[in-house]
Design a protein around this ligand. Structure first.
Ligand code: HEM
Length: 480
């Protein structure tokens, strides 16, 4: 499988404590240009109404633009070179920031995603053992089997919610591979309830009227979320207790946490284990389910007949009458191109956020110390400067012929590296990238082998929630 480039430097951390804080630019220049915003609520309302549209509208002020919302200052970065600067070259100058941490505090989710400094490094080094190429290979058959099991449960002509089905699939695949557990329906339902409650709660707090009119009374969404979180905490405690009580000495993520050690010889605390498991339950299935859902959605569009037919031909030619395997991955080039194009148009995490440790400068503009820098992935992925027909579904843009005339997945050299960064970049790039790409390709190939989808839902309205939520996506299943 050709790798999606994440970085100019996607090395995993090493034991040598590399400097966390790189050279700080002398803070020079004026603040970036931007809208003045409405009185009192600044741009909060405009952002809350349609975050993607709002970020797109910031382009009229340039590649670095400033606005105020939620009582704080934001700078939107819409230039690939500057994204690379922030995430790779000047990585040590930035952290996730107060705004991201408000989100994690509100939702009570921590773990690797939100850890910083030496604590993050120790965690990442332990956990990356569950994501080595050999481990990913060992997960492949389970991913395929879970997709087969999902399809077996559908009847011909049935209308399904693709979003829900893909979430159920990726959750089962995740727990089976990373936790070495067959999650029965009851446990899976508890996790799904938690994710739903999180989406509803974060939506009401960050994007609803409560963002503008705060109230001290807990909302119904908050009460439901707190209940669901308590339930997940107890589920996670059970999982750890079961693993510690068993003889299993696995290299899976649950065993690494329950029985493993950090490189410095210390062990994860009970609280860290709970945090990590919750985080991985969330990050490890929600994002890939989102990518799969958009891939299915795009493949059933009126303009996608040709790609669907080519995808079917590819899977038939590569797999014949057997299920896809890990060794098929390099040959599933159209499958990969479709996955990449789906994440270009609908990146599961549509913008990333950072904050400078101290006042700094970016593209000559002054960036204050408490400013949230938003890396506008959704906008960059659809920018006409880097993409022809930027809003069109054109998987071909990812394909080229090698010297022997074989179709290969290729990234054109004339595009800046960070014109496409669905998995982020620099040292904080997605730890699950290979896992996700393997699952995306194998599940897509398996679905195409077994079923056709027809759209029932006529249009979608992608909204940033826990990931870029398409809303309900109903489709009719036709068995092949
Ligand atoms: C298509 C699927 C996925 C997408 C698009 C995605 C995207 C991302 C992105 C953009 C980041 C970087 C965020 C930032 O720099 O602010 C990230 C980080 C992360 N992802 Fe993923 N992800 C996916 C799948 C997964 C999977 C399958 C797992 C786990 C099994 C996972 C676990 C994580 C974790 C733990 C981090 C934080 C890493 C760190 O800070 O060291 N992700 N992901």
């Amino acid at each position: 499988m050709s790798e999606i480039r994440t970085t100019g430097d996607d090395r995993e951390p090493t034991t040598d404590a590399e400097s966390d804080t790189g050279p700080t630019r002398a803070a020079v220049g004026t603040p970036p240009p931007g809208p003045r915003g409405l009185p009192l609520v600044d741009s909060t309302l405009a952002f809350a109404r349609d975050p993607l549209e709002f970020l797109a509208s910031m382009r009229e002020y340039g590649d670095v633009a400033r606005y105020e919302a939620f009582g704080r200052e934001f700078v939107v970065v819409s230039d690939p070179g500057l994204v690379e600067e922030v995430t790779v070259a000047r990585d040590g100058e930035f952290w996730r920031g107060e705004f991201e941490h408000e989100f994690s505090d509100l939702l009570d989710v921590e773990g690797l995603f939100f850890a910083e400094g030496e604590r993050w490094r120790q965690q990442r080094m332990l956990l990356q053992n569950a994501f080595t190429p050999a481990r990913i290979e060992s997960y492949a058959d389970d991913m395929v089997e879970e997709t087969g099991r999902l399809v077996d449960n559908w009847s011909d002509g049935e209308v399904i919610d693709v979003r829900e089905s893909m979430s159920a699939l990726t959750l089962r695949a995740l727990t089976r591979t990373l936790f070495d557990l067959e999650f029965e329906t009851e446990r899976a339902d508890r996790v799904r309830r938690w994710v739903h409650a999180m989406g509803a709660y974060s939506d009401s707090e960050f994007f609803g009227t409560r963002a503008v009119l705060p109230t001290w009374l807990p909302s119904r969404a908050e009460r439901e979320y707190r209940r669901a979180t308590a339930d997940i905490e107890s589920l996670v405690e059970d999982l750890v207790a079961e693993r510690r009580g068993s003889d299993a000495e696995g290299n899976d993520l649950l065993s690494l946490l329950a029985t493993g050690e950090y490189p410095d010889g210390s062990q994860p605390t009970a609280e860290e284990i709970t945090d990590q498991l919750q985080l991985f339950l969330l990050a490890g299935h929600e994002t890939t389910a989102t990518a799969l859902t958009y891939a299915c959605w795009l493949l059933t569009g009126d303009d996608a007949d040709d790609f669907r037919a080519r995808l079917e031909r590819e899977v038939d030619a590569v797999c014949g009458d057997r299920d896809p395997t890990f060794t098929d991955l390099p040959d599933l080039t159209i499958t990969e191109a479709i996955g990449r194009e789906a994440m270009r148009l609908y990146p599961p995490l549509p913008f990333l956020q950072r904050e400078p440790h101290e006042e700094t400068a970016l593209a000559g503009y002054r960036i204050g110390p408490e400013t949230t820098v938003q890396l506008n992935m959704y906008g960059i992925h659809r920018d006409g400067r880097w993409w022809s027909e930027p809003d069109a579904f054109r998987p071909d843009r990812w394909l080229a012929d090698d010297e022997n005339g074989r179709s290969v997945v290729a990234d054109p050299d004339d595009r800046p590296e960070y014109a496409y960064f669905p998995f982020g970049g620099g040292s904080r790039h997605c730890i699950g990238m290979r896992f996700a790409m393997t699952e995306l390709k194998l599940s897509l190939a398996m679905l195409v082998r077994r079923v056709d989808f027809e759209r029932v839902t006529e249009s979608i309205d992608p909204t940033p929630k826990v990931s870029l939520d398409p809303g309900p996506v109903e489709m009719r299943v036709r068995k092949r």
